[in-house]
Design a protein around this ligand. Structure first.
Ligand code: GRG
Length: 299
């Protein structure tokens, strides 16, 4: 299976799952951000994890689409004026710019509940036990212990006044290093871990193999967030489809603002090297291709 073939499968299913019904504004708003052109990394990685462990990729498709819905939900809410206040996403006006804040908030909420509903209703070939395991992984990633916690730490660290305790700069008991690691792990790596673990669970992988996917997702997720922060400085609107240069301007805590561009590039490369070692035994052109692409952007 090629990257394009995976993306085609995901896009077709997302279009099918997200029907426009009454009241149209909510369904249009949900469908808008989900179906805008994104890289579809998380659903592709979910299906590829299923494939490498001998599963049928079609069985992972509903979960892969649900993870893209969760990702889109987090983007819609992240762009709101009360959060990152971004007017553009995926090369187009942000959800609230098109539908207004109230509908954008509700569209995010609706996606958050429609995503697990999709897993339950559409995973026709999976046992109830497998669906339950996937759902447990899904709701754990989406909640306060991961995605929401990461976003909260991110918001709190923006322009924060760090307390000096025993010569260390601290915020709510964590140093800058620790805070950054927490943010990256939960705001970003959480959805990659979810995608890879869910794909492995659907394929019937062993606990050891699922744990390996978790390590893969963690390392890749950290590298991906550093890459995203590097792009904020080095990329263009045309390439990234969102407003750039905001991190430094708004006093955000990122690897680049904390350590500078060169160190950020070196750290991302180190994490990508670790990731490559973990996945080398799977001989996956898809996983390797994704790593190659990220690597080429941080050179
Ligand atoms: C209510 C469950 C819930 C969550 C809300 C708003 C929020 C909590 C979290 C925001 C998380 C966030 C926006 C993280 C950024 C991660 C990131 C690097 C996104 C960009 O991913 P790409 O480049 O985007 O894969 P595309 O558009 O290509 O899919």
């Amino acid at each position: 299976m090629t990257m394009n073939k995976y993306i085609e499968l995901v896009d077709k299913k997302l279009d099918e799952y997200l029907k426009i019904e009454y009241p149209e504004s909510i369904f249009k708003s949900m469908k808008y951000t989900v179906t805008l052109p994104g890289k579809r990394l998380r659903p592709v990685m979910c299906m590829e994890a299923c494939r490498v462990f001998g599963g049928n990729v079609e069985d992972a498709l509903p979960t892969a689409c649900a993870i893209e819905m969760l990702h889109a939900q987090s983007l819609i809410h992240d762009d709101l004026p009360c959060m990152d206040n971004d007017n553009f996403r995926r090369g187009n006006p942000s959800n609230h710019k098109v539908f207004g804040e109230a509908i954008a908030v509700l569209a995010g909420d609706a996606l958050l509940s429609y995503a697990p509903q999709t897993i339950i209703e559409q995973s026709k070939n999976l046992s109830a036990e497998t669906v339950l395991k996937v759902l447990h992984t899904f709701v754990s990633a989406a909640g306060a212990y991961q995605l929401i916690g990461g976003q909260v730490a991110d918001i709190k660290s923006e322009g924060a006044v760090w307390e000096n305790i025993d010569g260390k700069e601290m915020l709510e008991g964590k140093t800058k290093d620790e805070t950054l690691y927490y943010i990256h792990t939960n705001k970003t790596a959480a959805l990659f871990k979810l995608a890879l673990k869910a794909g492995a669970i659907i394929a019937g992988a062993t606990d050891e193999q699922i744990a390996e996917m978790e390590t893969f997702g963690q390392k890749f997720g950290l590298a991906f967030q550093i890459y995203d922060d590097i792009m904020d400085v080095t990329s263009t609107f045309e390439e990234l489809g969102k407003t750039l240069g905001k991190d430094a301007e708004e006093g955000k805590l990122t690897y680049v603002t904390l350590y500078g561009l060169d160190k950020a590039k070196a750290k991302a490369q180190e994490l990508l090297d670790d990731t490559r070692k973990i996945i080398s035994k799977y001989n996956s052109d898809i996983f390797n291709g994704i790593l190659d692409k990220i690597e080429s952007k941080i050179k």
